[in-house]
Ligand binder design. Structure first.
Ligand code: SPV
Ligand code: MN
Length: 620
């Protein structure tokens, strides 16, 4: 190997040689030459190596121990608290077109720029080399992934969030089919935070299945295996016959029925994806990214590509999220990020107990009323503050979470932050109508990405931020995926955010009722009302479910408000969505057909019933 022994010790070199993989060695040689770390450490799947990463994160102050055993806190810089969409680009060759809605950069120019930024970026620092497996090990879903990073926090987070893969790489034999990620936090300040965030770049190179990420630490930007691998996998899936989706995977357990029905669900960031997967009484397989493949029995099968959760901590409290709250307040390995710490104890927004008026947070020493460098008042904890834990540490982990064949999926759910249009739950009229519903998903922006909050944006399948193939191709492949199955999943839309006079029309736990209704629909146990937008629940069924499951009286008035079809609002939505799709090339015909048909159905209902908003009772 070309690397000098004072940088890569003999012992570390042997770990690489044992893999017998030329491409791995080439990558490490190339990026050590460029990034110039003073030391390279290779981490295998051994406890000893993994513990080295844990300790390193404490030694170099990327994490600090808290009072509770196993808990640590990590802070990202003040301007590095969410995904940076502006500086995340797909590198494309000249002449290739993706979509208007996808951020791209000419490949050669992008590679040159990011390689220049990475020149010497690890000087005086240690490069960690880590191997992981996306998806369960030894499965047709598995994708091996190599991560080079100078951040021990990134390497440690990945250990909690992903399955180890050194042994998987050994089995690769000299094959070069794996993703790789090169990350550097760049120059650090005295709090170990990236200084040069103006040179933050996240460049995705589909041709070589690799991503470069530099001058950042926030996990959505830095952790290669999460949102960076998602983009590479979307590209791969769209060349093959499977789907890579921004979806949870969960088991739904109807009371007293002794069966489990698996759902996957796509929601834009911070719109209830994790809390759906965590609904009490159900089991969780994954909360963020699923690979979905056709199974031999003609059904769709899903796996979680991760084994952990990088979840939003805001509003996690004993009442609304009892399982996560318990996991976050008992001893285990976990990393908090960007919350408030006082005397070794963690505090966050909406935790259900009082927050102290001073402590340490992502802005440094914090006190009530403190102004940040941008002049804004600093909240005790960031709205996008997070926790990182293993799913196996949760009481509701599904026993099939690691199944190599995945779980059969009975329904796809789509939900966004929609205050005034969609009903709480609605079943599509068909598979293709379901793909259409997913393709029309809109949501108001949240603190999970940098930029203004509350702006309504189109996010097809909640995957828009991560799309690296033309939108038309993506929805065409999606349609085909289900058409090729003997038994495609049912498709439902959900909306937890409907408001009236500024107040939410539903409680946090109502989503349990929607889940159980959808589960019953899968098994043909509930009738429905057909409306222009799809099948909605009957009042009588919901009334029984609310009473039986939540002990709540569900009134006809509540039902009417929640399930009225807001025709005018829906027509406006169709116009907004159509405008964006019209600017795209090669949108498949079925999409335009559904827009037209849906519009016609809505207009006819408006004419026939003479109203802009129609009560569900008028359709039955
Ligand atoms: C999301 O924002 O969708 C997340 C967290 O799941 S991040 O890793 O930032 O993408
Ligand atoms: Mn996500």
């Amino acid at each position: 190997m070309e690397i000098k022994e004072n940088i890569l010790s003999k012992e570390n070199a042997e770990k690489l040689i044992a893999l017998n993989n030329k491409k791995v060695i080439d990558i490490i040689e190339k990026y050590s030459r460029l990034c110039k770390p003073s030391k390279i450490t290779v981490i295998t799947d051994s406890d000893e190596d993994i513990n080295y990463v844990r300790e390193l994160a404490l030694d170099n102050k990327e994490e600090e121990k808290l009072a509770m055993p196993g808990h640590t806190i990590h802070y990202d810089g003040y301007y590095d608290q969410a995904r940076d969409k502006v500086n995340t680009c797909v590198l494309i060759k000249e002449g290739i077109k993706l979509s208007k809605v996808i951020n791209t950069k000419e490949r050669e120019e992008g590679l040159k720029e990011v390689h220049e930024i990475m020149d010497g970026v690890m000087s005086g620092r240690e490069m960690l080399v880590r191997f992981f497996c996306l998806g369960p090990k030894n499965s047709k879903f598995s994708i091996p992934a190599l991560q080079l990073t100078d951040s021990s926090y990134v390497a440690h987070s990945e250990d909690i969030l992903f399955r180890t893969g050194y042994e998987q790489f050994r089995k690769l034999k000299n094959k070069d089919e794996f993703f790789y990620f090169v990350h550097s936090a760049g120059r650090l300040d005295e709090r170990s935070n990236s200084i040069d965030t103006d040179k933050r770049r996240i460049y995705i190179d589909l041709d070589e299945e690799r991503v470069f990420s530099v001058n950042n630490q926030y996990a959505g930007n830095s952790v290669g295996l999460k949102k960076l691998a998602l983009r590479l996998a979307i590209s791969k899936a769209n060349k093959e016959d499977w789907l890579c989706e921004h979806m949870f995977v969960m088991g739904v357990h109807p009371e007293g029925k002794n069966r489990v029905t698996f759902f996957t669900g796509a929601y834009p960031s911070a719109c209830g994806k994790t809390s759906t997967a965590m609904v009490p009484g159900q089991t969780v397989i994954g909360d963020d990214i699923a690979y979905i493949r056709p199974g031999e029995d003609g059904r769709a099968y899903a796996v979680n590509i991760e084994q952990g959760i990088f979840g939003i901590i805001r509003d996690v409290n004993p009442e609304d999220d009892p399982i996560i709250y318990k996991a976050l307040t008992s001893p285990r390995e976990l990393i908090f990020s960007n919350i408030l710490i006082k005397e070794g104890k963690p505090y966050w927004l909406g935790m259900g107990s009082e927050i102290p008026e001073s402590g340490e947070n992502f802005s440094g020493e914090w006190f009530k009323g403190k102004k940040g460098p941008d002049g804004n008042e600093v909240q005790p904890a960031h709205k996008n503050a997070r926790y990182t834990i293993r799913i196996s540490d949760l009481d509701n982990a599904d026993p099939k979470a690691d199944s190599a064949v995945g779980v059969p999926v009975s329904a796809f759910l789509y939900g966004g932050r929609d205050s005034d249009t969609s009903v709480p739950v609605c079943e599509s009229l068909s598979w293709s109508h379901g793909v259409f519903i997913g393709a029309c998903l809109e949501s108001e922006t949240t603190a999970a990405t940098l930029g203004k909050e509350g702006v309504r944006k189109l996010s097809p399948m909640a995957n828009m931020d991560f799309l690296v193939v033309p939108l038309g191709l993506y929805i065409k492949n999606h349609l085909k995926f289900g058409e090729d199955l003997d038994c495609p999943p049912k498709v439902f839309s959900t909306n937890y955010f409907l408001k009236e006079n500024g107040k939410y029309l539903n409680g946090m736990l109502d989503k349990k009722i929607w889940l159980l209704w959808m589960e019953g629909r899968v098994h043909d146990e509930f009738d429905s009302i057909e409306t222009p937008i799809g099948h909605i629940p009957k009042y009588e069924d919901l009334k029984v479910l609310f009473k039986h499951v939540l002990g709540k009286e569900y009134t006809k008035e509540d039902y009417e408000k929640q399930f009225s079809v807001r025709i005018k609002k829906f027509l406006e939505k169709l116009d907004r969505v159509e405008k964006i799709y019209k600017e795209e090339e090669q949108i498949p015909e079925f999409f335009h057909e559904h827009i037209e048909q849906q519009r016609q159905r809505l207009k006819e209902a408006m004419k026939k019933l003479g109203k802009e908003t129609v009560s569900p009772f008028e359709f039955s």
